[in-house]
Design a protein around this ligand. Sequence first.
Ligand SMILES: Cc1cc2nc3c(=O)[nH]c(=O)nc-3n(C[C@H](O)[C@H](O)[C@H](O)COP(=O)(O)OP(=O)(O)OC[C@H]3O[C@@H](n4cnc5c(N)ncnc54)[C@H](O)[C@@H]3O)c2cc1C
Length: 392
Amino acid sequence: MLQIHDVNFEDTKEAFKSKSTKQLRLSYLLFWMMSKPLLVRYLSQITRFLLNVHFPIKWLIKRTIYSQFCGGEDKNEYLKVIKNLGKVGIGAILDYSVEGEDSEADFERTKEELIKIVKISSEDENIPCACMKITGIGSFEVLQKVQAGDLNKDVAEFVSIENRLDQICNTAFQLKTPIYIDAEESWIQGVIDDLCEKMILKYNKERAIVFTTLQMYRRDRLQYFSNLLEKVKAENVKVGVKIVRGAYLEKENLRAQKLNELSPINKSKEATDHLYNLSLQMAIENIEHVEICAGTHNENSCNLLVELMQKRQLENNDPKIWFSQLYGMSDHISFNLASRKYNVSKYLPYGPVKSTLPYLIRRAEENTAIAGQMGQEFRILKKELKRRKLAS
Ligand SMILES: Cc1cc2nc3c(=O)[nH]c(=O)nc-3n(C[C@H](O)[C@H](O)[C@H](O)COP(=O)(O)OP(=O)(O)OC[C@H]3O[C@@H](n4cnc5c(N)ncnc54)[C@H](O)[C@@H]3O)c2cc1C
């Protein structure tokens, strides 16, 4: 464990000061359920079925798992959540997480929604930036075919993807609101990288408006980051990078196995942790050229970033450095960092209960898969509930 300087993630009183004991008990129950893989699988299937036959369980979902991980069904609801986070110095990033879109009309609608989000972000001091997925504005299949060389980049569908992305980034540029572009599966990420780099060169002349994402569970990403830094230095632009570990581990390994190829993913969690931390180091060493968002729930990585900032004598709230966690997770990290004036944001999914269900089920399944994460959430909630009991 690294030495902690001025941030104490064990301060559960600070971390949960805005939560009632009733809310904490509900969170505890939810994380307990998520630690049971079989239970998660059955409950997910039952919930999907009940919603499909219009059985009235929406209210139950909304009061439980939805309120833990989502901001609200409409603007009125999510703005309340954003305001509350803002009161303790935490920003919110509206995450339009629609899934299963596959027509050109759907992609256009998503583009319009993303442009709306950029505008809302630019008007609200509690929303530091916007975020998006390329597969929200274009077909996965087209991206995959272009990456594999089976389609040319001048095919109409791909040109439309680039045009939509350009319109979103241009709005972000005009309104001086950064936009984070998420990283996805490696068999489409090559094309996503090309699109991001094009936008970075076009819009990041003065500051980082367009942020690409580095998944450090990939063996090749540190070298990619180093090459990207060389490119932006040569072009005299800034680069924005969101640094994450990566969300598609099993899918990536399975695909590589099926194709009898070397997996692009590191051999071990330790190797991923090591590369993640090296990328933070590389970012801070090049802070004149780069703005970063450390998207992680890992305490050691957050501690390391704090330490690297202090070594370089950067202010806690240096505008080039952000920490980010998902809404409903790792509040002990977010709230304690924010209490020390570090820049912190939460990814905040929003939308109708039914359309956020795939996200919620994935949250539950991913949390089940990440045993360490569950242990951390559990332990910290238990500690605070115990502290409150003793204090009463
Ligand atoms: C704000 C935010 C934005 C995000 N954006 C994206 C995004 O754009 N794209 C994306 O893919 N993900 C994204 N994620 C998810 C992220 O990639 C991780 O899946 C998640 O945050 C868990 O990693 P961790 O650093 O929080 O914590 P940890 O619990 O320390 O790490 C878990 C992660 O380590 C890696 N890992 C686990 N076991 C192994 C192993 N055996 N070998 C190699 N690596 C292993 C995996 O990436 C796993 O998710 C985002 C997360 C956050 C908080």
